[in-house]
Design a protein around this ligand. Structure first.
Ligand code: 5GP
Ligand code: MG
Length: 193
């Protein structure tokens, strides 16, 4: 066993502060799921989930949604390993899900510059117009957007801090922290272990 590998509990110590606990997130997801269930009552929903950041959020949210639904996953990269959006949105697969004529909910972990959700919603529509398309994120960063994005569901508003946990990573780590928090500055920009 590699005894140098950090445990999840020790990664928790890398946080400067916790913004949202597991219990606070769960409570907010109940409310968001209720709103989604009401919005699409009597319909079938296609959820387009953005990976990997949206992994935990989408899994916990959708188990609370009382609708028949399909899940499609999309992988895009915009941070390319740093803590600032690179300005480039790279689609990591060739085929986008076909959502023409469907009720679509695009779900991402966090809205920052808006480039990711702007690019994805436009690419999905180019591929065939959905009947209805809504957007939901867990976190809405209070920053100047490169592209305006109209959110239909938003879990929490946050300031302009780089956050990790509950799906959000820094260099691939911290995703499995059950809470969301701000990383201590000393852990940002360190070379990969
Ligand atoms: P946008 O394209 O809106 O600038 O950025 C959206 C993507 O950037 C999110 O899907 C997420 O992957 C990443 N991102 C933005 N802010 C943060 C943050 O504070 N922490 C982490 N870990 N990722 C972020
Ligand atoms: Mg993301």
């Amino acid at each position: 066993m590699n005894t140098a590998a950090p445990t999840n509990a020790s990664l928790r110590m890398h946080l400067d502060r916790v913004l949202f606990t597991e219990a606070q997130i769960a409570e907010r997801l109940d409310e968001m799921a209720e709103a989604i269930t009401q919005e699409f009552e009597g319909e079938t929903l296609t959820v387009v989930a953005l990976m990997h950041g949206g992994l935990f959020f989408v899994a916990d949210l959708l188990r609370r949604v009382d609708l028949p639904l399909r899940v499609e996953c999309l992988s895009v990269a915009s941070y390319h390993g740093g803590t600032q959006s690179s300005g480039r949105v790279t689609f990591l697969q060739n085929n986008l899900p076909k959502v023409a004529g469907q009720n679509v909910l695009v779900v991402d972990d966090i809205l920052d510059t808006g480039r990711t959700l702007h690019a994805i919603t436009h690419r999905l529509v180019e591929n065939g117009a959905p009947e209805k398309m809504q957007i939901g994120v867990l976190l809405d960063k209070n920053v100047k957007r490169a592209h305006e994005v109209d959110l239909d569901y938003s879990g929490f508003e946050i300031g302009n801090d780089f956050v990790v946990g509950y799906g959000l990573d820094y260099r691939g780590l911290y995703r499995n922290l059950p809470c969301i928090g701000v990383l201590k500055r000393e852990y940002i920009g360190l070379p990969e272990a």
